[in-house]
Design a protein. Structure first.
Length: 250
């Protein structure tokens, strides 16, 4: 009986650290996503959208709280996930939200089991060092990749862009502003003078951060040129520059 209790205790310890490590990665992912894309403007969102973002923030914040108060952090994450279900039932089917909710549940289960363990079982158990080392390494690597993608301009490991047939040509919006030509060597001429280059590394593409391309140079105005830096996305044969859709005219 004591052997079974000891196995359950060790499983709870491993579960606790698994939830802490994976929860930290999930929290870092959420923070990198928010600061990488830019925090939402609450005044530009509806009350429902603001409530959804608040619940999402609490969902991931609970995983950080669990480092100090495991039961409270797990309960906060599960409560936020339940609130998201009330705001919109489709949230409960999103893997990006199901994963932190599962980690919150794991925190709560491990907390309940470990706080009920006999003191005689608590003393011989130590934190698994290999798990800590692997988790710390994974978190450090993830954080470095996120920082590179957020602050790099361009991020390291961004491949050199050689424009293909899908990019080469003259592009314009419906009102003929802006209008520019992308050349095979990456040069951009027209109302925008500069170059087009890649805007994200393999990690950014995997996480769907940033756009695939960016144009850097100067925009030719009626009086004088001014600095120009604009992300571009190629979708369905169109270049999207913010809210402006550009179509190839040549």
């Amino acid at each position: 009986m004591q052997t079974l209790q000891n196995i359950i205790w060790q499983a709870a310890v491993v579960g606790r650290w698994t939830a802490r490590i994976l929860g930290s990665l999930a929290l870092l992912f959420f923070l990198a996503l928010v600061f990488g894309e830019g925090p939402p403007n609450p005044f530009a969102l509806s009350a429902r959208e603001n409530l959804t973002f608040l619940c999402m923030a609490l969902l991931f914040l609970g995983l950080g709280v669990a480092w100090l108060r495991e039961g409270l952090g797990g309960a906060l994450t599960l409560a936020a996930f339940a609130a998201l279900g009330l705001v919109g039932g489709n949230h409960l089917r999103m893997p990006a939200l199901q994963i932190p909710a599962t980690l919150g549940g794991l925190h709560l289960v491990c907390w309940l089991r470990l706080r009920m363990a006999p003191p005689s079982l608590a003393s011989p158990i130590s934190i698994p060092q290999r798990l800590l080392l692997a988790g710390s390494t994974a978190m450090a690597l993830f954080l470095l990749l996120c920082a590179n993608e957020i602050f790099g301009n361009p991020p390291l490991m961004t491949p050199t862009l050689r424009p293909g047939p899908a990019l080469i040509g003259t592009w314009s919006s419906d009102d003929l502003r802006p209008i520019f030509t992308i050349r095979p060597d990456g040069a951009v001429t027209g109302t925008v003078e500069g170059t087009i280059r890649g805007n994200r590394s393999w990690f950014g593409k995997l996480m769907r951060w940033r756009t695939e391309y960016i144009i850097q140079g100067s925009a030719q105005g009626s009086a004088s040129a001014h600095s120009f830096l604009e992300p571009l996305a190629l979708q369905s044969g169109e270049l999207r520059m913010g809210r402006v859709h550009l179509r190839r005219i040549q």
